[in-house]
Design a protein around this ligand. Sequence first.
Ligand SMILES: Nc1ncnc2c1ncn2[C@@H]1O[C@H](COP(=O)(O)OP(=O)(O)OP(=O)(O)O)[C@@H](O)[C@H]1O
Ligand SMILES: [Mg+2]
Length: 619
Amino acid sequence: MRSGFDCASFRVRCLHADRGGRLSAVERQVERLPEELVNKIQAGEVVERPASVVKELVENALDAGARSVHVDIEGGGAGLVRVRDDGRGMSRADTELALERHATSKLRTLDDLQAIATHGFRGEALPSIAAVSELVLRTREGETEAGTEIAVSHGRRLHLRDVGHPRGTTVEVRDLFGAVPARRKFLRAASTEAGHVAEAVTLLSLARPQTGFFLRSGGRRLIEAPPADGLAARLFQLFGDRLLEDLVPVEGGADWAAVRGFVSRPDRPRPSRPSLRLFVNRRPVRDRALAKAVSQAFRAVGGGDRGFEAFLFVEVPPHVVDVNVHPAKTEVRFADGRTVWAAVERAVRQALGEGVRELPRVEVAAGRGEATGVAGRAAAAVGTFLDRGSGEASGSEIEWGGAAGPPDRVAEAEGAAPGVEAPVPVILGQHRLTYIVASDGDELVLVDQHTAHERVRFERLLDRAGRHAVRSQGLITPLVLELPPELRPVLADHGETLRELGFDVEGFGGGSTRLSAVPAILGQKDPGPALERILRDLADREEAGWAVAGTRDRLAATLACHSAVRAGQALNRESMSAIVRDLLQTAHPTLCPHGRPTVVRVPREEVSRWFGRTGWRRS
Ligand SMILES: Nc1ncnc2c1ncn2[C@@H]1O[C@H](COP(=O)(O)OP(=O)(O)OP(=O)(O)O)[C@@H](O)[C@H]1O
Ligand SMILES: [Mg+2]
């Protein structure tokens, strides 16, 4: 692939050389870097997917001082990416040179590289994109009359001519990887790619609240964020007020590293996965070590191992951070990583300390080994907190209940399947509030209460969906939700199936979504967050393996997961019995729809062996 880029840019350079004489008369902003500096710059593949194109073009717009950036995509960005800015634009000479490799206006010497304040510095993005797409760039500098248009097709320049254009730059990229089938086939479904694009725009828009960001996918508005006066206002524009209510501000640091931003409140339900949106000197980057620092801070204040949502801005003197580590500039290296780690951990811990005083404490012992009666019920009532502390990834915060009622009504809620009388193992008890222990008279049967219930609900849902008989429950007042931008394409893509499975949900202009009914099995509690988690689950699992195929099955699996009893939840004997009985009547009782085991049987001989009771010694 590397050679592909090189050949293509070589062609651009040759064409340029043919016309070189004319250029030298014009004053230049953009200049070729000296060879030794080029070598210092880590070369690499910049363009991985449409989102990388969007990221590079938006970064260029920001570096050009744009006050607003409009992004339009079609087909998840593989068909079209258009980025329009109102920045300073380029002269004709600069335009021509900008499409050459290692031509940049942002870096002149090695010293500059140690204190880089712009997003770009490699002079690589535009030629790399042009090498694998049909690229048209139109631009005009403020003072000049005529604008310039340059067109490059898969690395070959088509034309350079005058054009009318408002001050600023528009870049259109079509047919990404059209001539590189090997790359094209790695692109995912359009909705997945659109989700990545939305995330790329989200990240840059968080880095620059004062700049306006607008993203449309297939004409549908995914992000509408006019210039805002700070991070909180930008978070509100992107995610709505619900997210902000669940966050605490972070403001702190250590030594020369300042840390500010927002992190999940410890006393609110937290997501099951860690999500850190990290910015170092306003550059969005990934850093596993710093994500661990946030986890560590949660643990330090008794917040357990669950995930979190964090938006953190680390500010350090430019010379202590090397931005030239990764071809896509998405990683940085610190001269002293420990100081930064400590700064993040401390700042987050302090922020959590404010809220943690009211963190509810629950005596797990109250429900342990006593799954029936008052104690069991008490434990069930605080199930959310038990689950939160247990660290068991049930993937759901949705409380047991809603339409199905509290745990001791599982049996009625699910109902015995009519007519089938399979022998039901005798329930012996519940182990660690997670496993049902039973005996069928011969074998010891261990059942994972969550995955088993998931399997039951999954098959039932599909059965009902097949008969158009999924029970849906209208909300008393329809909810208007502000979905995070990256989930909007997921909703658009799965809308039909969501309706089949009991959601009444529709786009409502801008990023708003109206939710009027939910599947009865979800209950009425927090339907908005439930929908969001389900969409996120669908998006996250898009690329991972699934044990079931097809959108409807996946959605049913996700719904089943979110509505099933969780690990950490006390169950009475009747409920456990219902789960085991129903599980044994499913078509595929041994695995949950995500492929995890539901039941393990321990053969009689095995148990006998544990106690030294082999056949002839039986007493
Ligand atoms: N939207 C824009 N407005 C004004 N100038 C631009 C714009 N996009 C690109 N340029 C000019 O073209 C040059 C080349 O852009 P390109 O993205 O290829 O490289 P870069 O931004 O300098 O470095 P990097 O490869 O790290 O992004 C830039 O240095 C800049 O001078
Ligand atoms: Mg750039």
